[in-house]
Structures are given as structure tokens and as C-alpha cells.
Design a protein around this ligand. Sequence first.
Ligand SMILES: Nc1ncnc2c1ncn2[C@@H]1O[C@H](COP(=O)(O)OP(=O)(O)OP(=O)(O)O)[C@@H](O)[C@H]1O
Ligand SMILES: [Mg+2]
Length: 368
Amino acid sequence: MRRRTPWRANLATRLVVGFAIVIALGGLTAFLVAEAVGPSTFDAHLARAGLSPTSAAVVHAREAFAAASGRSLLLGLAAAAVASLAVSVFVARRIGRSLKVLSEAASRVARGEGVAVDLALNGGQEFDDLAEDFNRMARQLAQAEETRRRLTSDVAHELRTPVATLSAYLEGVEDGVRPLDASTLQVLQAATTRLARLASDLAEVMSADDGSTHLRPQDVSARALAEAAIAAAAPAFDAKSVGLGRETDRDVRFRGDPERLGQVLGNLLENALRHTQPGGAVTISWNRSLQSVSISVIDTGEGIDDEHLVRVFDRFYRVDSARDRVHGGSGIGLAIVRGIVQAHGGRVEATSAGRGHGATFTVTLPLR
Ligand SMILES: Nc1ncnc2c1ncn2[C@@H]1O[C@H](COP(=O)(O)OP(=O)(O)OP(=O)(O)O)[C@@H](O)[C@H]1O
Ligand SMILES: [Mg+2]
């Protein structure tokens, strides 16, 4: 509820009163100046013409001058007052209306209806700027609110499965319908591991999302990055009989955080391995253009349909939720990848010729 201070006049009234005071002061000043200057100038002129100041004609002329100048001053001032009051009412109304629109829009944003706000104010450049800043603020608030809402529901959704598993198994053990044997312990263990992983992934994706990913940029070599990532992933690739190698030889050097970029390649390789059948192959290649370097992870695996290509970078998004969840993924890896790449001022894209035709993830980073 808005607090009102009833004894205070609104802005339009105050502006009009302010204008009226200025007009009154102007009128008074004009009157005093005319009083001080008019009669003496009149007398001086008559004296120069050789007329006696006490003669009846001069006395009469002086009275006529005073009456004429007084009346014309009064009429002139009255006309000026009416005109300026009209202008001031117009200006005050206009400003008042713009402020009212602004205040109503602010209330709407405060009530969480910010998405629909697209404010336009009358009143010149300053009001245009104000409206633009206001709209930008409303959009950002709406976006933050949307992120918060989605994150909360995503997290709740992700927590549900392991928690349901834990409680079902624990209940079963408690009721004596399920033995507390190795296989039960394994299920309980898996569910808690999943919860723990979710917690750490969440912390990471939050910092990647709000741009607070802390980078320690230094001179890095694309070849060294690729070789380190390949060495780290090689055992898992060997175990699944998926080939892994690099396609490019010529090095490209640029500025970046080697640890974070290693994490990016690690996530992309982990995905590529997960979605490539034994006998397939994954390669890393890189390419330098005038202003940027792009590093690609190319697999010959199951590929991604067009409709999912953009969405795979969303938090918790999995193309095939049921199956991908069994793989142990939270659907967070690519959101983290995107956060880190954006923190470097770069972008990441997925391409695929469709299901069964492999996928390519390309990270493009500015050279400087
Ligand atoms: N190389 C790929 N080939 C086919 N589909 C992929 C590939 N990489 C990612 N995807 C799809 O994109 C989804 C999102 O990937 P992401 O890495 O964000 O999550 P995840 O791998 O399922 O889980 P996490 O990375 O958190 O362990 C995956 O679930 C998968 O469906
Ligand atoms: Mg992943």
C-alpha cells in the first residue's frame, strides 16, 4: 500500500503555484520600476520643453500619464499572467501525466507484471531517456525473475527422483520387505551420489550463469589444450573402444583460462563419448580466423535433431530425459560450458546432420 501525505500538494499544483508566484513578483517589480522611473522621466521631458512643473496643464498631463501608464501596465501584466498561467498549467499537466504513467509502470513492475511494461513518456529527451532506462530495468528484472522461477522448478524436479528412490528403499528396509543387502546399499549409494553431484553441479552452474565465473586468463595454446583434454579422456574412450584424436596440427595461441577451457573440452568429450557407439570416433580440431579461434569437438555418434540443437545448452535439458538420466547426467554440462565460454566473450554452437549422423560442438573465442 502506498503511503500518502494528504497535506502535500501534487506536482502540477506546485508547478502552477510556482509559476504564479514568479508572475506576481514580475508584476510587482514592473510596477515598482515604472513608479520609480516613469514620473521622473516625464517631468524631466516637460522641464526640457520649458514648461513650469506647477502649471495646471502640466499637473493635468502628469495625472493623465500616471493613469494611462498604470492602466496599460495593469492590462499588459494581466494578459501576461493569463498566458503564462495557461502555459504553466499545460506544462505541469504534461509532466504530471508522464510521472503518473511512470509511477503506475513502477507499481506494475513491483507487482511482478514487469514483462508487459513498455513505457513511452512525453516530455522531451530526458523523459525519453528515463523511459528507455526504465524499460531496460523492467526487462532485466523480468528476466531475473524468469531465471529464478525456472531454476527453482528445475531443481525441485531434479531432486524428486533420487529423494523418492531413497525414501522408497528406506521405507522398504524399515518395513522388512527389503533386505539391507549389497544391492540395496548400492541403490542408496547411487541416489546419494546423485544428490551430491547435483549440489556441486548447481553451485557451478550458478556461478557460470551469473557471470561470476572467475577467470585467470593467460596465454594458452589450442594444441596444448586439446592434447591435455585428450590425455585425460583417453582411458574412458579406450574402455568403450571409441577412437579419440586431434585433426589439426598448426597451433593457435590466444588469451584464456586454461583450466576453465580444459573443463569445457572435458565436458564436450564426456558428452561425445556418452553418445557415440563403440567403433565410432571423436576428434578435436581448431581453426583460426582474423579475430577469433574456434575449437570443435566432432563425433560420429547418434547426433541431435534440429529442434534440440539450441536447447541442449539449457540447464537440465536432456534430449531423452529418461535415458540420459540413466547415464547419470544432470543435463548441466553444456550450461556450464556455455557459461565459461561466454565469460571469455565467446560463444558455443551445436550442429548435427540429424539423428545417427554425429554431432559437432564448436567453441568460438576472441583472440584478444
Ligand atoms: N555429442 C552429443 N551427441 C548427442 N547428444 C548430445 C551430445 N552432447 C549433448 N547431447 C545432448 O544434450 C543434452 C545436454 O547435455 P549436457 O552435457 O548439458 O547434459 P548431460 O550430459 O545429460 O548431463 P551432465 O553433463 O550434467 O552430466 C544431453 O542430455 C544429450 O541429450
Ligand atoms: Mg554432459
